[in-house]
Design a protein around this ligand. Structure first.
Ligand code: S3P
Length: 178
């Protein structure tokens, strides 16, 4: 199990990418975002992959990418797509890839942040609020189950969250326990 990577998980809009970039910069780690990598490698937007190839195809791409990251990532902060921990296979891979940090955000905050979203296929269409709330409720215990640490993000700014993540992972990054 690798301890020199930090894996950020959590619902859409919880701040994985924003926090991940600051965290990586502060620690002198590399930064990777699984959504961005998939889009770059496929040369397609995630919304197009969902539309033309289906969600299952996207989920397969996520697993394949994670398998590679387990082998290759080193001193890296990895921001993952919000659905990554849902497959059991991915949960095993996430655990192998690094210290799994759940950014926990209240559903109301998520809804507010995703209100104007035009990019995420799961945040679009009719009934979006109810669907997002149901999905949030379904996934929260999954995120908790796979996480090594859980950081609540509501009411905190990016620097607060980065500091908390650094403090709470410090001993394990240096070879001890979380
Ligand atoms: C998804 C979250 C998105 C992206 C895709 C599916 C999900 O990533 O992977 O749209 O299932 O929650 P973000 O969590 O970075 O928005």
């Amino acid at each position: 199990m690798k301890r020199n990577n930090l894996i950020l998980i959590g619902f859409m809009g919880c701040g994985k990418t924003t926090v991940g970039k600051c965290l990586a910069e502060d620690l002198g780690y590399c930064f990777l975002d699984t959504d961005e990598l998939i889009e770059a490698e496929q040369n397609k937007k995630i919304s197009d992959i969902f539309e033309k190839e289906g969600e299952e195809a996207f989920r397969r791409m996520e697993t394949e990418l994670l398998e590679r990251l387990v082998k290759e990532a080193d001193k890296t902060v990895i921001a993952t797509g919000g659905g990554m921990p849902v497959k059991e296979e991915n949960r095993m891979l996430l655990k192998k890839a690094g210290i799994v940090c759940f950014l926990e955000t209240e559903p109301e905050t998520v809804l507010q942040r995703l209100k104007q979203d035009t990019v995420r296929p799961l945040a679009a269409g009719e009934d979006r609020e109810k669907r997002l709330l149901d999905l949030h409720k379904f996934r929260k215990p999954i995120y908790r189950m796979v996480a090594d640490i859980c950081v609540k993000t509501d009411g905190k700014d990016c620097d607060d969250i980065v500091r908390e993540l650094e403090e709470r992972t410090a001993s394990e990054r240096k070879g001890g326990a979380v």
